[in-house]
Design a protein around this ligand. Sequence first.
Ligand code: MN
Length: 309
Amino acid sequence: MGGVVELIRPAGVTLGPDEGLSVRRTLPMRRRSLIGGWCFLDHFGPQSLRDGPGMSVAPHPHTGLQTASWLFAGEVEHRDSAGHHALVRPGELNLMTAGRGISHSEMSTSGAEQLHGVQLWIALPDSARFMEPAFEHFAPPVIERDGLRARVFLGSLLGASSPVATHSRLVGAELLLDAGTTVHLDVDSAFEHGVLLDTGALALNGTGVPLHHLGYVAPGTSTLTLHAPQQSRVLLIGGEPLGEQIVMWWNFIGRSHDEIVRYREQWQQENLTGSTDPVDHPVFGWPEGEAQAPILAPELPPVRLKSRA
Ligand code: MN
């Protein structure tokens, strides 16, 4: 049946102005910080834009990571300081590489009535974490099998491969299963995996995964068995264990407390005056055409930040 499944229950978190968007966070958690390079998983919606603002995140920084936005419904406008302006749409990967430092904003558009999807972060390995910022878009073809439709947006699965290069070995896919479908997925046994249940019902390797939970399977498994008693949508993530100690705080990933302190001080220094002049943003930059005030960093906790692995 494949490897033993550890269940990760989502934590409720609110984001944005007036805490208008509720998200279900399954990474990082106390017991598990990473699945391969994947280090952050926020799952949101479906939220009607009549009931809330949807995604409304003013300019904020990132370092040492990539953000992967994947929507099931809705539309989000992305602007970043590396000059990218894009619409994030359902079934299309938008992968932003922060590398040495970037700033971006993410706003729901009026072009959709709902918002439903995930935002993931990927920790960059030491060899890539100071790279120049970048942005990639990929709309994967739909792979059809009996009772299954899959979109493989990163890595390889079901004979399909994403052309988007990664800096550690990863896989990411959305799977839609018809009621009564059982699939046996051949996966890389060097990878650890997480399967998030978005809608419907799921047994993973024979273990029931409650709605909105993440089922985790350790490396050493070459088959994942998914059974959907009803029509279901799941997100599959996986990767080779990163094997590096990272320090994550707010929107930054580094390798030490002191590195995070420097990132925070740099962001505050560039943004305390509210200037949108690029000259005042030498490290993180400013998204062109963005008129919203930036989000300043919170205070650091009164203890040294600890690394996670
Ligand atoms: Mn962000």
